[in-house]
Design a protein around this ligand. Structure first.
Ligand SMILES: NC(=O)c1ccc[n+]([C@@H]2O[C@H](COP(=O)([O-])OP(=O)(O)OC[C@H]3O[C@@H](n4cnc5c(N)ncnc54)[C@H](O)[C@@H]3O)[C@@H](O)[C@H]2O)c1
Length: 444
């Protein structure tokens, strides 16, 4: 099939490349000239495990092309995916300017039947708006389909090639058949393609992300309680996760969720609810808990240094909002950096993939190390903000040698508390204080 993907960011590039991998002829469109030039020259623009290999192969086989011209990109395509940004607008609702702007342009361009697919995460009712925006200038027949994307950054290729499910919202039999054929190769193991109406498909994506964010904030609150009651959140997590109704995944406490999706999608669902006069109380709390959790290491750091961080130097491991990505959007590490800088501390940072993105954002405000151990030189403490695998079993001798004090504040619970304290470290993590409760009050 001939496919166009409009918007060649995380979702667009993975979508385009994976559809090319199953033999489709794909053209990816983006307004960012530098990005299109790089991609055309065979340079990948995001870090995503496994993507580069597919990208190189499909470009070489001429099934994957890039252009800045919407008209050229879509002219031969039967299916046009919109993988455009939907950032939070000023009031928290999803900003549809990009999606509706392209829809308006498509109306002027398309000359024969097309299926236009919303892959961006968009509020309920957007398919109708996209339809109206195209129809304003369009004489030909077309269908608008909602096909939300559930890939996770860091495992995006795997998620796309073997999705747990594919959700397709359409009321058109013709579009249903085309979309079913397109996704056939991706669900050969029997995972479902779930057809539904457009509105339900749009809401499914928000419901999924909001539920996952809720799980995270819930566990972070349990972790807060553990610290106060002398319980160990790792034990509680294992204890509840073995109940199939709860499940083992997404129960790890930490310094909060970030990224380009959870924060904005939860906010947008709260806003959409408000518009229909529904007060989504749980989600409001989920956001509130997450904001405070991002800075939950700070009181522990302040306490250790007697309330004064001025002149202290910190090593920060991990900048990306999660491992295996270079994405730093809404990353908790950035909140920690802001807070430490505002209290007069200096910071040397290291991340395996996200350094360039942070350099572009923060410039000279922090120092950048070439590797995780250089980062530690003369630091008063190490702070861990992202659970990259290479941080899990580090060379502790090198850590001890480089750090000024044997102090670690771990926002991702990478180490066994007892083992690391045996090595002589002062170690604080999330929800795992060694505490002996007396009358319900925990002591260290
Ligand atoms: N990143 C994720 O993990 C993820 C997962 C599922 C869904 N989503 C959703 O997918 C959508 C896209 O997210 P993303 O992370 O890929 O965003 P992104 O910012 O990485 O990519 C968007 C791309 O669109 C391009 N663009 C902007 N205006 C354009 C226009 N008029 N014409 C052509 N290109 C244009 C930008 O230059 C950019 O390259 C969002 O709605 C997001 O919520 C993201």
């Amino acid at each position: 099939m001939k496919i166009a993907v409009v918007g060649t960011g995380y979702v667009g590039l993975v979508t385009g490349t994976c559809f090319a991998e199953t033999g489709n002829d794909v053209t990816c469109v983006d307004i960012d000239r530098a990005k299109v030039e790089k991609l055309t020259n065979g340079q990948i623009t995001i870090y995503e495990p496994g993507l580069e290999k597919l990208f190189v192969r499909n470009q070489r086989e001429e099934r994957l092309r890039f252009t800045t011209s919407l008209e050229d990109g879509v002219k031969d395509a039967m299916i046009i995916f919109l993988a455009l940004p939907t950032p939070p607008g000023e009031n928290g609702s999803a900003d549809l300017t990009y999606v509706l702007g392209v829809a308006e342009d498509l109306g002027k361009i398309i000359k024969d039947y097309k299926v236009i697919v919303d892959k961006s995460t968009v509020p309920v009712g957007t398919a109708e708006k996209v339809h109206a925006a195209i129809a304003r200038n369009c004489k030909t027949e077309f269908d608008v389909v909602s096909n939300p994307e559930f890939l996770r950054e860091g495992v995006a290729v795997e998620d796309f090639m073997k999705p747990d499910r594919v959700v397709i919202g359409t009321s058109s039999e013709r579009a249903r058949k085309i979309m079913g054929d397109l996704y056939g190769p991706f669900v050969r193991q029997g995972n479902p393609v779930i057809f539904m109406d457009e509105r339900s498909a749009e809401l499914t994506k928000y419901a999924a992300n909001s539920f996952l964010a809720t799980k995270i904030s819930f566990m972070n609150e349990i972790a807060q309680l553990c610290e106060r009651l002398g319980a160990d959140v790792d034990m509680v997590r294992r204890g509840i996760g073995s109940d199939e109704r709860i499940g083992k995944r997404f129960l790890f406490p930490g310094i909060g969720y970030g990224g380009s999706c959870f924060p904005k999608d939860v906010k947008a669902l709260v806003k959409s609810s408000k518009e229909v006069e529904y007060d989504f109380k749980i989600l409001k709390s989920v956001m509130e808990v997450n904001e405070s959790q991002k800075l939950s290491l700070l009181p522990k750091i302040r306490k250790y240094f007697g309330g004064n961080l001025k002149g202290k130097r910190f090593a920060l491991w991990g900048l990306a909002f999660k491992p295996n990505t270079d994405d730093i959007r809404e990353a908790p590490a950035l909140d920690i950096i802001d807070a430490l800088l505002s209290e007069g501390a200096s910071i040397c940072v290291y991340d395996p993939e996200a350094m360039n993105n942070v350099k572009n954002l923060l410039g000279e405000k922090v120092m950048y190390a070439d590797n995780q151990y250089d980062c530690l030189q003369s630091a008063d403490a190490l702070i861990i903000a992202t659970e990259w695998n290479e941080f899990r079993t580090p060379n502790f001798l090198k850590i001890v040698t480089a750090l000024k004090n044997k102090v670690i504040f771990d926002g991702r619970n990478l180490f066994e508390t007892d083992a690391i304290r045996e090595l002589g470290f002062y170690y604080e993590s999330i929800g795992r204080e060694i505490a002996i409760p007396t009358n319900g009050i925990a002591h260290k």
